[in-house]
Write a protein that binds this ligand. Structure first.
Ligand code: NAD
Length: 361
């Protein structure tokens, strides 16, 4: 019997998904579906203007704007947003933003069970997962529950058209990392691998166009489609070394999320490629490279992504701590996580060298 069908099951809460340029201006289908008549709109301070735009479109179905969302969903911020939701009698939230704002919507839903409509403005993919990471007293913890899965997602390509070029590329590589690790996940199945490859394909197809012409809405829509698929993979199967390293780097050194993913991805893939060659071969083939790791490195370089951890302000000494922490309690990984090999990987990522440069010496 095929390994794909033995014991295979697909589950998860139904999610309403709609794509369309300008779709954010009329959220009636989602509001009616979820019975929301008094929405609280959520954004980061940086995107408050986009939040005001949504408040105007909602008219009397908006009861307020909370523009305090912050990276890694601090519990204090969630409590302030909860007070705001109670004060204005909100019966639902509309989040417009990246993973930080969507994280806040999920944290509010976890505490109140208010329904969520989310309008992603990056490719991070949080909208497609039942996962919430929150920070309390500087410690981040993550859990999964269908209660935090947003009920409705509206992908409006005009929203990602305002993403700066740098964030466009790093956020896309962040999304692709979910799919690439999904391919060699312990839980990979035929559906998750099909979604992963289609998601990667959408980015490889659309990214050069959106970098060259940021306002190309057809290409932006293609990349958002990729984000949805890659995020869905993240929600369905377990992640491995790449995500562990990025969480460790982000958590201990406070590095920016998507840039860290963009830099680490080719190196983590190189670490695993020998143990997961069959799973990664479609990625190498798609990128026209001998290896998936080499192809991803060249893609990142060609698109102008940051390549070196030292350019994010990481010190050589910090690599020792990260190697220690990432070796302790590792996530499941196709290749055993060994400190010396991990340290060599981190050195390549630190210098921005091609993957496996350290191991070859
Ligand atoms: P972000 O939401 O932190 O956004 C980064 C900055 O870019 C913010 O200032 C934001 O306001 C701004 N921005 C976002 N979209 C913009 C746009 N279209 N135009 C201009 N500026 C824009 O970044 P992110 O990478 O989307 O999210 C990172 C966070 O999401 C992390 O905390 C990460 O842990 C979390 N995350 C969670 C999951 C999950 O499943 N729970 C998945 C992915 C990411």
């Amino acid at each position: 019997m095929s390994r794909f069908y033995a014991g295979f099951a697909a589950d998860g809460a139904p999610v309403q998904v709609r794509f369309g340029a300008g779709a954010r201006h009329d959220l009636s289908p989602e509001l009616e579906l979820l019975g929301i008549a008094r929405a609280l709109v959520l954004t980061t301070p940086h995107q408050a203007e986009q939040g005001e735009d949504i408040v105007r479109s909602l008219g009397d179905r908006a009861v307020g704007l909370f523009s305090g969302a912050a990276m890694h969903t601090p519990v204090e911020t969630t409590e302030t947003a909860m007070d705001r939701a109670k004060d204005c009698g909100a019966d639902g939230v509309v989040a417009i933003g990246g993973g930080s704002t969507i994280g806040l919507a999920k944290a509010v839903a976890w505490r109140s069970d208010l329904p969520q409509i989310v309008l992603p403005t990056t490719y991070a993919g949080s909208e497609a997962t039942p996962v919430l990471g929150q920070t309390e007293n500087g410690v981040k913890s993550t859990f999964a529950s269908q209660r935090v899965q947003p009920e409705a997602i509206v992908y409006d390509p005009e929203l990602v058209a305002t993403l700066p070029a740098g964030l466009t590329v790093t956020s896309a590589l962040n999304a692709m990392a979910h799919a690439v690790e999904g391919l060699y996940s312990r839980d990979a199945n035929r559906l998750s691998s099909a979604l992963a490859m289609e998601g990667i394909r959408a980015f490889v197809r659309g990214l050069p166009n959106v970098v060259e012409t940021p306002g190309d809405l057809a290409a932006r829509e293609d990349t958002l489609f990729g984000a949805w698929l890659c995020g869905t993979v993240l929600g369905q199967v377990g992640m491995a070394l790449h995500h562990k390293l990025c969480h460790t780097l982000g958590g201990t050194l406070g590095l920016p999320h998507s840039e860290t993913h963009a830099i680490v991805l080719p190196h983590a893939v190189a670490y695993n490629e020998g143990a997961a060659r069959d799973a990664l071969k479609p990625v190498a083939d798609l990128l026209g490279a001998d290896t998936a790791a080499g192809g991803l490195y060249i893609l990142a370089k060609r698109l102008g992504a940051p390549l070196a951890l030292r350019d994010l302000g990481v010190s050589q000494d910090a690599l020792e701590t990260v190697a220690d922490l990432a070796t302790q309690n590792p996530y499941w990984n196709p290749r055993p996580v060994e400190r010396a090999a991990l340290r060599a990987l981190l050195q390549d990522a630190y210098l921005g060298d091609p993957p496996n440069s350290g191991e070859r010496q």
